[in-house]
Write a protein that binds this ligand. Sequence first.
Ligand SMILES: [Zn+2]
Length: 373
Amino acid sequence: MSQITKMGISYRFQEGKVLVNHNKFLGYTKDDQGQLVIVPEEAEVVRRIYREFLNGKSPYKIAADLQRDGIITGSGGSRWYDSTVIGILKNEKYQGDALLQKTYTVDFLSKKRVNNNGHAAQYYVEESHPAIISKEEFAAAQAEFQRRSNMRGYSRTGKSAYTSEYAFSGKLYCQKCGSKFRRSAWGTGKNKKYVWICINHQINGNSACDQKSVKEKDLEKAFVRAMNWVINRKEIYLEELSRDIYHGLEPIAEEYTMEELYARLENLQEKMKGLVKRSIKAGNVDENGHSVLGAEIEKVQNRMKKLKEQITERSMRQKRVEEFREFLVLQEGGIDRFDDVLFRRFVDSVEVQSMVEVAFLFKVGVEVREVLG
Ligand SMILES: [Zn+2]
């Protein structure tokens, strides 16, 4: 394959002349110019999927509920699979971006396409069409996938052990050994109760970790008290949150702004175009020139990627703090029973210190210690 052919294709993608996906996908249709436009009622389904996923529902359950409600899929069918839901949750097009050149043509004659596994540069075009999902929500969904996949190591069957069925799933950590906790039923009939057990202790016994199990009801009651502790001191917490909004986040280290990096990238890509043109004219490829410029382009793209991640992290953080502040401002008086939704929304993790002591770490960075029982 000639380098020139590869470059030529890259430029066409860069200019956005080639659209990535020719299949119809939920939320968008194409106008007569081939541009993506939003279909409002389908976009509503996409938003519902993101919302439910971020509230802890599994893709399997989301699919089952969509099917139950008679919602039509992007391809016009009535059957929903968890893979369809996952595809929608991972599709960067919903935030208005397009990752162009997922495949590239190897040979003009055979038109054989291969997947782009880093052989050719990928061009990430931001805001190429109207977004259905905000960048914060999209980033939050990707982080949620990460969080859930981190839990997989604890399943004996090798299948995902994650279930979003329980509010505490994947959120309890053992302070003694760092392991996660698993739900277990004790007793039968009327005496049946649920406890959470350190997985390391359960599998490897006392010599590995001597953490005792904790009762689910006690955890729920402790959360109610932790939440009320914060609500009753809302003035203090509101002030603290506005003072230190980026608590726990790394400062942005990049010396250039996104715009400056974009400008630099464009400049380098122009140079590359010139080089390609000259190569075609001369009939031979300036290998050295290509690799020097190529490396420089990659460097700038990496910096842009890192900066973009930091900016997204900050805006997610801002969003979480705003959400929490809004809750505190509107909440009159304490809560009187365990609220599953509230817990999922605001709590990042719970550290189990002993059978009688836990610490709730809220997503906004606030930590509240509670005694169990
Ligand atoms: Zn443990």
